[in-house]
Write a protein that binds this ligand. Structure first.
Ligand code: SAM
Length: 277
């Protein structure tokens, strides 16, 4: 069966008109209309025939079609109740497509995706970081995440120690993956165009590169350290309730600011403070 291409401005307008739909701003709906970008996302995801892929927010099926054409088995979670009827038509005939109606932050991803899988998505921007952190923290059999997000968030995810934008998000993402920015995407590639430049980020998911005695405690230390960026580690941790003597007893120089600590230094500090409790 030959399928018409959805990633095209005329085809997208036609589908929206036919189903009497408008992009809903509150659901972060900016539909991709550029076939080249779809191809580059699919390439970045290194899809092989039979790969299990979770897509978040298939919309009218634009990226989904690219993934299916590459041979992926796609499970897509969509919140907008008006879109299943559209997807049934735009993706009619594709066998390896499964639609789950619901909120990605509420569905049981572990039950849906029991085998190793990749995530590919043009994410709704109002919940980008929540979605990424939830996926990374759940310890799923997830191998790769390829997502379109705001360039500004992509920069924070990939920031290195010493940079002004290095913070709790950089650490949370880099703890469980190796993220890199694959390419930028201009607003004209979407209908309607978003107000910001977008970027496609690839995260190769892996286990934390060092031992963490207690991951939740590590997250608490990182959050506390960055809660007052301009203060020294000693002062920000002490204001968050950690004891000064214990902070001073660690082998990390606590006159430094949080933004100068590498991931492994944070791990050392958190493991030490945990042992002192
Ligand atoms: N994948 C399509 C594309 O590339 O054209 C649409 C991407 S659009 C930026 C984001 C999609 O996520 C929309 O279809 C929107 O309805 C859906 N969405 C928004 N919030 C969601 C949520 N909490 N769970 C699942 N899907 C959601």
């Amino acid at each position: 069966m030959l399928h018409p291409l959805i990633a095209d401005p005329h085809a997208t307008r036609h589908v929206l008109k036919k189903f009497k739909l408008r992009a809903v701003k509150g659901l972060g709906q900016n539909f991709l209309i550029n076939a080249d970008i779809v191809r580059r996302i699919v390439d970045a995801a290194e899809i092989s025939a039979g790969d299990e892929v979770l897509e978040i927010g298939p919309g009218i099926g634009t990226l989904t079609q690219g993934l299916l054409e590459a041979g992926a088995h796609v499970t897509a979670v969509e919140l907008d109740k008006k879109l299943p009827a559209v997807l049934r038509e735009t993706l009619a005939g594709y066998k390896n497509f499964r639609l789950v109606e619901g909120d990605i932050l509420k569905v049981d991803v572990a039950a849906l995706m029991p085998k190793p899988f990749k995530v590919a998505a043009n994410l709704p921007y109002y919940i980008t970081t929540q979605i990424l952190l939830t996926l990374l923290e759940k310890k799923l059999p997830l191998t790769k995440i390829v997502t379109m997000i705001q360039r500004e968030v992509a920069d924070r995810m990939t920031a290195s120690p010493g940079s002004k934008i290095y913070g709790a998000l950089s650490i949370a993402v880099q703890l469980r993956s190796e993220p890199r920015i694959a390419f930028d995407v201009p607003p004209e590639s979407f209908l309607p165009p978003p107000e910001v430049t977008s970027a496609v980020v690839v995260c190769d998911v892996r286990r934390p590169p060092f031992e963490l005695v207690d991951e939740d405690f590590f997250v608490k230390v990182v959050r506390a350290a960055f809660s007052q960026r301009r203060k020294t580690l000693l002062n920000s941790l002490a204001s968050a309730g950690f004891e000064r003597e214990k902070i001073l007893a660690s082998d990390i120089d606590c006159t430094r600011r949080a933004e100068t600590l590498s991931l492994s230094e944070f791990a050392r500090l958190a493991n030490f403070l945990h042992a002192c409790r």
